[in-house]
Design a binder for this molecule. Sequence first.
Ligand code: SF4
Ligand code: SF4
Length: 494
Amino acid sequence: MNFMKYILNPYYLLRNDVKRAAICSQDVNHSPAIDVSENWLSFIHPIYAMLLSFFSLPIELSVASENIAVFFDFTKEYTDQLIQNFIENSEPFHTHYKNFDNDFPKNIIVRADIIHEQTIVYHPKDFVYTDIDLHSRRFYKAPLYVTFMISNKCLTNCIYCYADRYTKCKELDFSRVESIIDDACQSKIVSFNIDGGEFFLYPRWQELLEKLKGCNYLPEIISTKYPMDIDMIKDFSKFGINLQVSFDSVAQDTLDNMVGRINNYSARMQAALKNIDQVMSFQVATILTKYNGSIQEMEKMYTFLSTLHNVRRWEVRVGFKSLYSKKKFEDIQISRSSIEEIQHWIKDKQSSSKFEILWSPGKEVSFFKAKHGSADFVGSLCSANSLHMFILPDGKVTICEQLYWNKNFLIGDLAKMSISEVWNSPRALYLAHRQQNDYSSDSYCHKCKIFDTCKANLNDCFPNIMKVYGKEHWDYPDPRCDKAPRNISDKIYV
Ligand code: SF4
Ligand code: SF4
């Protein structure tokens, strides 16, 4: 007899989503004790969620099997066979049940003695539904991820800035922020990310991190351009969050052109980097424009970073067009020839550098290529308004982090609504289920024969559509579609 107890792997969250159950991996700041399928998300028939609920507390296999057999009125033999697939499965697997396809990640039910995380108790009756939908992408009840922009204030005034820093807004009271985090937790939202503005200008950043920690939502990374002092660095390091420091040049005159005239900014940032280096490991990010896009600038940055001991990674990216920058992209972009030179230089340095150097040479976008609608668009599937919502500092909610207060995409207001109310607001549902007649007659989508299959994927990138065709044409086809207009006036990437 096997008296060992087994449990549903707490790395996976089961979420009741009105017409299906979702099984998704959780955001964790530590490596799980066993091999898991990271970034997992699949919709499963509720019968499986009911079955897995029997393992939400440690239980012997024979007892679980008896309970499941009684609950579903299955034979014991059939139940034993059924649950066997889920026990310490070393690979993801697939089932077909009543015409529905179901996918499951690795190691769903595991030995209870190796699990130390807190577990969630599920009840089979929580997953009883009448209608089943395993096909649509958009979550019914609430998003899976949220991002909160704490403020749109910065110390710097970067020429390539991707954020809308010009809209004036009254930031949410901290008590309201806390209740939104509680709401996210109750809604089984998997991650609550933090975006800026400058994180360290948020006066209650430590309390915010404490609150997030209490709900298991500590962000994976915080980015900053702030010249942090040693006390601030020590306070931050206690949370064990990765820190990314923006560092665009060591030369004050280059920085004057790139991030605005800030007294002694170069020296203050170098001092801050040296202080951080004494306390914790961190990563550095550089955006290339015509001002810092040269070998001399790269050499100077590399020489300085090489004097430090705790730089884990240096990420160098070519700047792309912003919807909000006051400068024309053409006036600040780095040239193609400089990108090629820097690419060679980076390849050379990568082999000898003591820290990792990552290189993103501007995206090569496959415009006008997709023949069969948005499922064919190159790139990862968009999460806006299907899995993710973006909370602005005043509580207004938009569907993507690059859309800010553009009223076409504002779906609600968390200053007075709950997350679920915003997610199911008329505007959110309208954007998710727009009819062909809602598209302007000069958009090809208005007459496209594959409209329904294309739009079911919710894979249009609205910021890119607006960067290419202008804000007023946000309902034009995504430029990756082969039916999108070719009269592009502006370039997005170098
Ligand atoms: S024209 Fe519009 S609806 Fe048709 S495939 Fe392109 S993006 Fe999709
Ligand atoms: S709309 Fe575009 S930028 Fe926004 S999440 Fe989707 S793909 Fe990303």
